[in-house]
Design a protein around this ligand. Structure first.
Ligand code: SF4
Length: 164
C-alpha cells in the first residue's frame, strides 16, 4: 500500500505542461530548507490505493504527465510501479524527483527503484542544498540537482542529462 502526503491535479511547476503531482509520504534525507517538511515522517500522511490514484489521473483530460515527488518516491518504488506501468497507455510521461544521487542509486538501489526509473522520462536527482538554492532554476531548487534522461542514464550506467 502506498503512503502519500497528497496530490495536486494540475501542477505547472513539477515538470513541463499540466501534471498530476503525487507527493509520497516519508523521506530519509532531511535537507535543511526542505520545501515540504511535513512529508518526512514515514508514519504520517495517509494510505492510498494505486488504482484509485490512476482513476483520479484518468479523470483529468488536460494532463501532459505525472510527477512522483515527496517525500522520497524511491522509498516506495515498489508501490509506485503499478501507476508508472499504466501511464504510457494513457499517453502520459513520468517525472520522478529523488533526494538520492543517481550514482548512489546505481550502486545500491532501493527495492524496485531501477524498474521505476526505467519507466520514467526524467529523473530529477540529488538533495536540496540550501547554499546552492537558486530561484532561476526551472523545475528544481538547487544547482547541485540534475534533470536526467532516466532511460538513457540507466542504459549508460551513468548520468545522461535530459534534453528538452
Ligand atoms: S529529498 Fe526532498 S522531500 Fe526529502 S528532505 Fe530533501 S527536499 Fe525535502
Amino acid at each position: 500500500m502506498l503512503r502519500i502526503a497528497g496530490t495536486v491535479n494540475d501542477s505547472i511547476v513539477d515538470g513541463p505542461g499540466i501534471r498530476f503531482s503525487l507527493f509520497v509520504q516519508g523521506c530519509p534525507h532531511h535537507c535543511p530548507g526542505c520545501h515540504n517538511p511535513t512529508s518526512h515522517d514515514f508514519a504520517g500522511g495517509k494510505e492510498a490505493d494505486a488504482s484509485e490514484i490512476l482513476a483520479q489521473i484518468g479523470r483529468n483530460p488536460l494532463l501532459d504527465g505525472v510527477t512522483f515527488t515527496g517525500g522520497e518516491p524511491l522509498c516506495q518504488a515498489e508501490a509506485l510501479l503499478p501507476i508508472a506501468r499504466a501511464l504510457p497507455a494513457m499517453g502520459l510521461n513520468l517525472w520522478i524527483y529523488t533526494g538520492y544521487v543517481l550514482e548512489d542509486i546505481l550502486r545500491d538501489p532501493p527495492p524496485g527503484a531501477l524498474e521505476l526509473i526505467g519507466l520514467a522520462d526524467v529523473l530529477v536527482d540529488g538533495p536540496f542544498i540550501l547554499a546552492e538554492r537558486s530561484l532561476e532554476l526551472t523545475y528544481y531548487g538547487s544547482r547541485n540537482q540534475r534533470l536526467l534522461d532516466a532511460k538513457a542514464s540507466l542504459k549508460a550506467g551513468r548520468a545522461v542529462l535530459w534534453k528538452p
